[in-house]
Design a protein around this ligand. Structure first.
Ligand code: EPU
Length: 424
């Protein structure tokens, strides 16, 4: 597919107001779609976000032999009965991190897989040793050679696995393999993110026997087969948080619809501490920014802690809050690449290893910037919304990987934002 070079141009200064509807969760979708490889029959998945990462994983499934059909823009029908390849080449998987779920899904169904090491956002080292440790415990032999991970097993037997690091990817990947393995698997020290629960719910609704997702220990009793069925993906916690932060940052008044307020607790709590008003309803959250915002300290942590995927957005907001905020990255080795771009807009931030010291300034001023990664790009859009004058964001392919029609949704809230095609 040819990628047309595009930019997002934002003219700042508008207070966002109105309603916006959140799409399905990216990080659930990119796991549930490959998980459909385990299903013996047709599954229909609803509330699929219309984003680039979904297009890429769908292309890979089709390459493997699955029949995938978009029933409508947000509904996928997947039939994996004709999957006849267990190899995912580098040209395809390099585009997204979550391609590592192909390892778990293919190993679970065919007892073998060859998948190139994945791409995705660059936050320093992104090892998959915990995934491989789990696969080995279940009976797989693993090798990594010339950038390709090869896994194969004569038979898959349930086992007890303790994760040394709380990892979203390893938790889901081991769950995928254990679903059809013989016997019982217990995974301890697992991640508890909402999308882990969503993947477990998807598998259970197809006939798996998984208990404990959302707690520290997951128990999986292997089943013979998964049958087809319907499933609807949860709303995207990070997209919701991005609109919530943007509302507070612009002194706006926004109702963010199609959210699960429980998933937003850490973000809501910090926004209130900053000085915004947050009102929760059953499946929506209203955020009102009164313009009188003050510093907070934040450390990103696995769920239910403050999400690392909201770190660039909240740092952007803190860059115009009164006082000095300390933001510590507790998940990734290096996730402050975007800060250099914020400095171009006049922010006053110092980064020392895992910590950013954010000295609030009166205002940001528009300038050309780059989306360094997906959430860094979201931070740039929020920066553009609050900056005086025009901000031009390039490399927006990162944003398109994970946000559905972001600029259209902001435009609905009154923002002066547009996508332009570059002449080149
Ligand atoms: N880690 C290991 N060994 C492993 C796996 C992870 O040491 O085998 C370490 C990582 O280096 C990192 C920490 O454990 O320091 C957590 O990594 P995790 O495995 O949880 O991350 P991931 O599964 O690769 C997912 C999301 C990321 C999100 C993280 C943390 C997907 C596709 N990606 O990544 O989302 O930042 O969990 O919540 O689900 C994003 O959406 O912008 C994004 C980057």
């Amino acid at each position: 597919m040819i990628y047309i070079l595009e930019k997002i141009v934002v003219r700042g200064g508008v207070r966002l107001s109105g309603e916006v509807t959140v799409s399905g969760a990216k990080n659930a979708a990119v796991a549930i779609i490959p998980a459909a490889i385990l299903v013996d029959g047709e599954c229909i998945i609803e509330n699929v976000p219309d984003i680039r990462d979904v297009q890429v994983i769908v292309e890979i499934l089709e390459h493997l032999g699955a029949k995938v059909e978009f029933v409508d823009r947000h509904t996928l029908k997947i039939d994996s009965s004709k999957v006849d390849k267990q190899t995912a080449p580098y040209e395809m998987v390099r585009k997204m991190r979550a391609s590592y779920y192909l390892l778990g899904a293919l190993l679970g169904r065919f007892k073998k897989a060859d998948v190139a090491l994945p791409g995705g956002c660059n936050f320093g080292l992104r090892p998959i040793d915990q995934h491989l440790k789990g696969f080995s415990a279940l009976g797989s032999e693993n090798t990594v050679e010339s950038g390709i991970v090869r896994v194969s097993a004569e038979k898959l037997e349930g086992a007890s696995i303790y994760l040394d690091v709380v990892s979203v990817g390893a938790t889901i990947n081991i769950m995928l393999v254990a679903t059809l393995a013989h016997g019982t698997t217990i995974i301890e020290n697992v991640a508890k993110e909402p999308h882990i629960v969503d993947v477990a719910n998807f598998l259970n609704s197809m006939g798996a026997n998984i208990k404990g997702a959302g707690t520290d220990v997951i128990k999986i009793n292997g089943v013979e087969r998964l049958k087809g069925g319907f499933y609807s993906i949860i709303p995207d916690q990070i997209e919701a948080g991005t609109f919530m932060v943007a509302a507070a940052a612009t002194g706006g008044d926004v109702l963010v619809k199609n959210v699960i307020p429980k998933h937003m607790e850490s973000v809501s709590a910090k926004l209130e501490e900053i000085g915004a008003e947050v009102i929760e309803y059953d499946d929506s959250i209203r955020v009102i920014g009164n313009g009188n915002l003050k510093k907070v300290n934040i450390k990103t942590l696995p769920y239910p802690g403050f999400p690392t995927d909201m770190q660039p957005q909240i740092v952007t907001l803190l860059s115009i809050c009164k006082g000095t905020s300390i933001v510590t990255e507790g998940v990734w080795e290096s996730r402050f690449q975007y800060v250099g771009e914020l400095l171009r807009l006049g922010a006053n931030i110092r980064v020392d290893s895992q910590t950013a010291t954010v000295n609030g300034v009166e205002k940001l001023k528009g300038a050309p910037v780059t989306a360094t990664d997906l959430r860094g790009g979201a931070g740039m859009v929020i920066a553009g919304l609050i900056a005086e004058g025009e901000t031009e964001i390039s490399d927006i392919k990162h944003i398109d990987r994970g946000y559905e029609k972001m600029e259209e949704k902001f435009r609905q809230l009154g923002a002066d934002i547009r996508r332009v095609t570059c002449p080149e």
